[in-house]
Design a binder for this molecule. Structure first.
Ligand SMILES: [Zn+2]
Length: 460
């Protein structure tokens, strides 16, 4: 079969590494020209149809027609934050005055699982869901997944946008979909054995949990029909090479992942090289700033990812603070011209701690832990504050095969490797196996015990 599937801009050959070569390898000047056109249209759409953006633009003294360059966009268009949307939605549920389409155009409603407790309501139009799904297809295709594959969703179809959008992507690609729905872990394993899907869709930690339960049942999933696993929802194989190795070994499969933000888009499908994610620049305009000085950061520097989305026309997001710390690159050996985030998300502005003058990001610590033998995937990072200083303590469950007398040596090894890599000494404490909480969807690794006023608050 020479041609597998036609995309909007043209058919791509089955053997091509690109779902859509034209968009994925578009020269920077063309991409930027396209962004400017789309951002100008987005400004008009948001200003003309929502009282929220009209207030914001008026307060900043600008009109949509004042945007003549990407620099104008970064400097003039006010930053927006999740907390503003949540507040307006609480005052006037479900969407406050942020909805930019007539309500009858809302085809799907999701909510964020949220780290702060109050969920964000997210409306999507039918067209939004189609464009949102396409972001997944870029990632699926890059990993090697084709329309002839069958996807198994180990997902309970709650309000979590992540895997609904993966489903929209599966439909766009043309794969067969099998829903794991409300099955328990054992049920998932039996369904996979019976139905023989070729792709597993789940959070990365749930993929490992399924594999662990299968091993207890005497089932070797590395011999199963699964050829690919694809993940989202929490730091996964891109940020944590140790986790990639575990997933790929347990499933005998190639692991991929995507960085999505529920209210924005499945915005950054994984690079096939496995060391980062590429922003889907057909759906999102992204730049980054230093969260302390609000200065734009250059490629190679760490900064907060700021996004404007073209896929969410129902509830537009302009210069939206993601609070994700990223390090961007302008080029990649895979040939894609889309901005790359090395190692995906490196941390959160709200969970960054400064230990004795050194900024410590969650993912940097997790990355090291994932490579230490004897440390299981069950661990948490506890943030505290005393005498004017932040501190981070690592609490981990040793692998069950490790005898308790080995635990102190594993903890010392972890502490040394963190010190060597990050130049900061953290307390590392082993805790009894099975003592830390388990999560089905998003694993909560950060326990922030600092006084509220000292946190770099998400809702600032
Ligand atoms: Zn790449």
């Amino acid at each position: 079969m020479a041609l597998m599937k036609s995309s909007v801009l043209g058919p791509e050959a089955a053997g091509s590494p690109f779902w859509n070569r034209r968009t994925e390898t578009m020269p920077r000047a063309q991409l930027d020209a396209l962004h400017l056109q789309r951002l100008q249209a987005l400004a008009h759409h948001a200003y003309d149809h929502t009282a929220f953006y009209r207030r914001k633009f008026d307060a900043a003294g600008i009109k949509p027609s004042d945007i003549h360059s990407l620099d104008d966009w970064k400097r003039k268009v006010p930053l927006t934050d999740k907390s503003e949307f949540i507040q307006l939605q609480q005052e006037r549920p479900p969407y406050g005055d942020t909805l930019a389409l007539p309500p009858e155009f809302v085809a799907h409603h999701c909510e964020t699982s949220g780290t702060t407790g109050i969920p964000l309501a997210i409306p999507y139009s039918m067209l939004d869901t189609v464009r949102y799904g396409e972001s997944w297809v870029y990632g699926f295709w890059g990993l090697g997944i084709r329309p002839s594959d069958t996807m198994y969703f180990a997902f309970s179809w709650g309000n979590f946008a992540g895997f609904w959008s993966a489903y929209w992507g599966a439909r766009r690609l043309g794969c067969r979909v099998i829903s794991g729905g409300g099955l328990d872990t054992k049920g998932h394993i039996q369904a996979i054995q019976r139905m023989k899907p070729t792709v597993l869709i789940s959070t990365p930690t749930f993929a490992l949990r399924i594999a662990a339960v299968a091993a207890e049942m005497g089932v070797d999933l590395s011999q199963s029909s699964i050829k690919y696993t694809y993940h989202a929802g929490e730091p996964g194989p891109t940020a944590l090479p140790g986790m990639r190795e575990q997933i790929e070994k347990a499933w005998g499969a190639k692991a991929g992942e995507l960085l999505g933000i529920a209210e924005v888009d499945a915005m950054a499908p994984g690079c096939p090289l496995g060391d980062g994610v590429h922003v889907n620049e057909m759906n999102v305009f992204s730049w980054s700033l230093d969260p302390d000085t609000n200065r734009e950061t250059a490629p190679g520097e760490m900064g907060e990812n700021i996004v404007s989305g073209y896929a969410n026309t129902a509830q537009p997001l302009l210069n939206y603070r993601t609070h994700d710390i990223v390090r961007r690159r302008d080029s990649c050996a895979c040939g894609r011209t889309w901005v790359k985030f090395e190692g995906a998300v490196l941390g959160r502005t709200d969970f960054m701690v400064t230990v004795r003058g050194t900024n410590v990001y969650q993912t940097a610590v997790e990355n090291i832990l994932s490579q230490i033998e004897g440390v299981s995937m069950h661990y948490e990072l506890v943030l505290t504050h005393s005498d004017g200083n932040d501190a981070m303590t690592v609490r981990f469950e040793p692998e069950p095969s490790m005898a308790p007398e080995q635990w102190p040596r594993i903890a010392a090894d972890a502490s040394d490797r963190i010190h060597k890599a990050l130049h900061v000494r953290l307390e590392v404490v082993p805790v009894a196996p099975q003592s830390l909480p388990r999560f089905e969807l998003k694993t909560k690794r950060i326990v922030d015990q600092r006084p509220k006023e000292l946190r770099r608050a998400l809702d600032r």
